[in-house]
Design a protein around this ligand. Structure first.
Ligand code: PLP
Length: 375
């Protein structure tokens, strides 16, 4: 199986045309009207008001600004340990402390019973991660947050295009952060967005992405710049460029009709083929509501290394989402152990999943998985 990829960007002539349009017609490659148009299209897609969406240059930047806006005095944020290190670094970048929480074995999502044990007088927020595109019981997360008076910052990097109870992820909730990096459900090359109905959060994010130059967003959308301005707080260089937005606009048009059904069909095929295998366990998923970004599975009976080796030998790349963050030197913590995440970390393997895969590819991958697990 030559040239098989674990994940990849699916871009073509539509994205190429969009970039050419910015270069040849707009002529302004930085942040301008193209970003405004993308934000408005994202707002319409998600079903939120214009102005509730703020585009930035990465998902990590969106999370950083969200934490900064929600925790002006710092404090602690409850984060599931089974996530990309971006979630943890974003909290630290904002001067807050990520508190690693254990996860549920059936979904890899934050275990609220474990999180409850880690609540202190300094806890200010919870950051649920929609691992493998599953938002899980979001209502329970919001109920937990109300009970402990916490902000909720959703790391929805895997879940762009998903619905929850019939509404898009991002259509409701406190602060919701998306990533448009090269391999996410849609891409801008790199990029991200923060969605919130809290005007204090969006006002901070819109200024802080432009070095906190006051109202620079409005100026740039009108094709102008600020020269006589004030700055009253720390700021960053996090804005999205017109080039990135143009790619994102082309990708957004392809999501529901092309990318989402392809990802769902491939994920469904893996499940149907392998769900009865004694050495494989799938995480819970409602594929009606999800646009699956990655395809992790648990390999039981201590056979993960053997399987990974077999697949590699046969040209099938695999991944591991994720090494738990509390096992990283910088994020080591004291407190109760996190046994479920550590068990999952010994079992998880991520199988290839992207819209460039064919049904035949998945059949061949499953054949090799069965072969690799033979006694
Ligand atoms: C991709 C990702 C991010 C960060 O997004 P970037 O755009 O790469 O900065 C954050 N959290 C999770 C779970 C991710 O997968």
């Amino acid at each position: 199986m030559e040239g098989l990829r674990l994940s990849r960007s699916i871009v073509g002539s539509g994205e190429g045309d969009a970039v050419r349009r910015v270069i040849e017609e707009n002529g302004y490659l930085g942040m301008g009207s193209e970003v405004q148009a993308f934000e408005n299209e994202l707002a319409a897609y998600l079903g939120v008001a214009q102005g509730d969406v703020t585009c930035v240059n990465s998902g990590t930047a969106a999370l950083h600004l969200a934490v900064l806006a929600c925790l002006p005095e710092g404090g602690e944020v409850l984060v599931p340990t089974l996530t990309y290190v971006a979630s943890f670094q974003a909290v630290r970048m904002a001067g807050a402390i990520p508190i690693a929480c254990d996860v549920l074995p059936e979904s890899g999502l934050i275990d609220l019973a474990d999180a409850k044990k880690r609540v202190t007088p300094r806890t200010r927020a919870i950051m649920p991660v929609h691992y493998a595109s599953n938002p899980g019981d979001l209502e329970a997360v919001y109920a937990f947050a109300r009970e402990h008076t916490l902000r909720v910052i959703e790391d929805a990097a895997h879940a762009f295009g998903n619905t929850y109870k019939g509404r898009k992820i991002g259509a409701a909730g406190d602060v919701v952060c998306f990533s448009f990096d090269g391999i996410k459900n849609i891409t801008c090359g790199e990029g991200g967005a923060l969605v919130s109905r809290d005007p204090a959060v969006t006002a901070l994010a819109r200024d802080a992405r432009l070095l906190s130059v006051e109202n620079d967003t409005e100026k740039r959308y009108a094709g102008a710049r600020s020269w006589d301005f004030d700055v009253t707080r720390i700021g960053f260089r996090y804005h999205m460029s017109n080039i990135m937005a143009a790619i994102g606009r082309a990708q957004l048009k392809r999501l529901d009709g092309e990318f989402a059904p392809a990802r769902r069909a491939l994920s469904r095929q893996y499940r149907q083929r392998l769900k009865h295998h004694p050495d494989i366990a799938f995480f819970e998923a409602d594929l009606e509501e999800m646009v699956p970004h990655i395809q992790p599975v648990r390999v039981l009976n201590a056979k993960r290394e053997k399987l990974a080796e077999h697949l590699k030998k046969n040209g099938i790349p695999t991944g591991m989402h994720y090494k738990p963050n509390h096992l990283l030197t910088f994020f080591a913590q004291s407190g109760p152990p996190l046994p479920v995440a550590e068990q999952l970390a010994r079992e998880i393997i991520t199988l290839p999943l992207h819209p460039g895969l064919s049904e035949n590819d998945v059949t061949l991958i499953c054949d090799e998985i069965e072969r690799g697990l033979q006694p």
